[in-house]
Design a binder for this molecule. Structure first.
Ligand SMILES: [Zn+2]
Length: 240
């Protein structure tokens, strides 16, 4: 015997279940959080190497700038020395001393640069690998977020479309049933109806449904699950 009353409520329940499913999916979109956490972990694990790499690079850069300035000064002083503008022996001597000092400085800077570059080379390799991994992860995050945005729009549209079916279906169910249904909906955050499974359990909370309750449902009486209070429905009976 097909219970038309409950079957009309069942149609509303199915729409509500779909709405809940759409909402859940929208709330659990993959925004690349796993990738972001992994990128963070990689950067944290390699924090020392990354920091040392950065320091070395800036130190080398600074020394190179200094050396360019030193070389510039040496060139200028040499020019002054040989173009005949300086004639005093004392001045010549001072300038030569200055040039010798600058040359020493240039050499020690060059040695220091070499030393730092030797330390930098192997570090650069591992930093490059880490940064490439991080970049790859970032790309994946961007892709996932773009996909999630598209999916979110689709879900929004589906929610709107499915939601529009509610009103007409609800108006076909008797008010007493709707009242109970909505109370349970409010309480559970799910729908207000549950099927009785083939194993004779409530499909929503899993509790066993006693035979007398099943008999009552089949004889057309409204029965609520003892545990979750959902209105019980035997689907197979309804479709026969
Ligand atoms: Zn239940």
């Amino acid at each position: 015997m097909k219970d038309e009353r409950l079957f009309r409520l069942y149609k509303l329940h199915k729409v509500d279940a779909r709405l809940i499913d759409i909402k859940n999916r929208a709330e659990h979109l993959d925004l690349g959080k796993k990738e972001a956490a992994f990128a963070k972990k990689l950067q944290e694990e390699n924090a020392d190497a990354l920091a040392r790499h950065k320091d070395l690079k800036s130190e080398i850069e600074e020394l190179k700038v200094k050396n360019e300035q030193t070389e510039g000064k040496i060139a200028k002083f040499n020019k002054d020395l040989y173009d005949g503008t300086i004639v005093s022996a004392k001045e010549v001597e001072n300038l030569q001393k200055e040039i010798a000092m600058l040359e020493d400085l240039a050499i020690s800077n060059a040695l220091r640069i070499e030393e730092l570059e030797n330390e930098l080379a192997p570090l650069s390799q591992s930093v490059k690998t880490v940064m490439a991994q991080v970049e790859e992860l970032k790309k994946r995050i961007v892709k996932k977020r773009a996909d999630a945005e598209v999916l979110h729009k689709e879900l929004q549209a589906a929610f709107k479309e499915t939601g529009a079916q509610r009103g007409p279906l609800e108006s076909e169910v008797e008010p007493e049933l709707i009242t109970v249904y909505n109370q349970v909906r409010k309480k559970t955050g799910g729908t207000g109806m549950a099927l009785v499974t083939e194993a004779k359990r409530c499909a929503a909370c899993g509790i066993d449904i006693p035979e007398k309750v099943r008999d009552a449902i089949q004889s057309g009486r409204t029965q609520q699950c003892e545990s979750c209070r959902r209105i019980l429905f035997i689907h197979k009976e309804a479709e026969e």
